[in-house]
Design a protein around this ligand. Sequence first.
Ligand code: ADP
Length: 390
Amino acid sequence: MDTILVVNAGSSSLKFEVFSIEGGLHKRLKGQMEGVGTAPHLRVKDGAGAVIADHVFEPGDVADLPAAMRHVGAWLVERHEGRLVAVGHRVVHGGPDYTAPVLIDEKVIADLERYVPLAPLHQPNNLAPIRAILERRPDLPQVACFDTSFHRGHSAVADHYAIPEHFFAEGVRRYGFHGLSYEYVAGRLPEIAPEVAGGRVIVAHLGSGASLCALSAGRSVESTLGFTALDGLPMGTRCGQIDPGVILYLLDQKGMTAHEVQDLLYKDSGLKGLSGVSNDVRALLESTEPSAAFALDHFVYRIGLNAGMLAAALGGLDAFVFTAGIGENSPDMRARISDGLRWFGAALDAQANARGDLLISTPESVVRLYVVPTDEELMIARHTLAISGH
Ligand code: ADP
């Protein structure tokens, strides 16, 4: 059995999936090494969702992502019966030039290292497993799939900040992220919602990271995320859109260092910062703290505002699609967000929403509302299969 490994490396976790490729892609394994460097824990499930591995490691044994990749690799060699023919990686930043997934070689790695300053918290983690695999298995084709590529068709007007032009040439521009998720959802729409696939659609990727993407006939024309994954909607721990003057204030008046500001905006803001309770929407929905309810109100309000902005980019709206952890699993949040879209003519069908149907708007609704589960790993596996030539 020939297989493809998909690797999604975050700051302290390494997620992976294995797909067999005979007769189409089939998910065989799904696992993650969490708590890298602190409390490493490897869990793997088979294609049917049964747990087939559950190991706790000493922090020193899995101190960093290359070590996590070595452990996962060793586990796969020992336990996985397939023959690995290619590896696909999620890479957050493809810069201005990588408009599509690419077969990795030394030049590609050197290019992607240039984008580390553009995504200092994510890009090094994405590159570490690539190098770890290259060292052990230089023969194995590796493919980089970018969160930015799907948005590279945006107009220059959309991609610019109103600062002197030379910054744009240096790479200071609006990139947009969550592109693999949006590409997957855009690819599903012609099959499951052909009546809107050719029209004006906003997709809301609402997970621990959150953004909206405006699709015109399936192509991304606007995103709430910009230069970094900090912009747009408030997220689990990230601030979302903020007046740059606040950052100047923190630096000048509060004497914070750039690093402290970075930590504040990436790790201690968003739902966590506002509520003081949690970054997890489930915990906020259950909490009786007024600050938890306030944080959710703010989140819903900002989604409504940003939806208006993206609808302006599209010149109207035919459909709004919910996806990712919050969008797929929380009827309560979908109802609140849909309420903010009523002025567009969106009317939620409460029963369909409670059931988590694909179509959750009423037949009269002017804007159709959908729930479409995303699958970034499958998207990466597809690209990897196509590019590695198997
Ligand atoms: P990521 O892959 O970025 O970690 P996910 O798409 O898995 O994110 O989304 C994770 C988030 O989804 C969690 O932080 C949680 O807030 C939210 N979530 C998951 N299930 C539910 C649920 N049943 N109700 C509300 N929120 C949920």
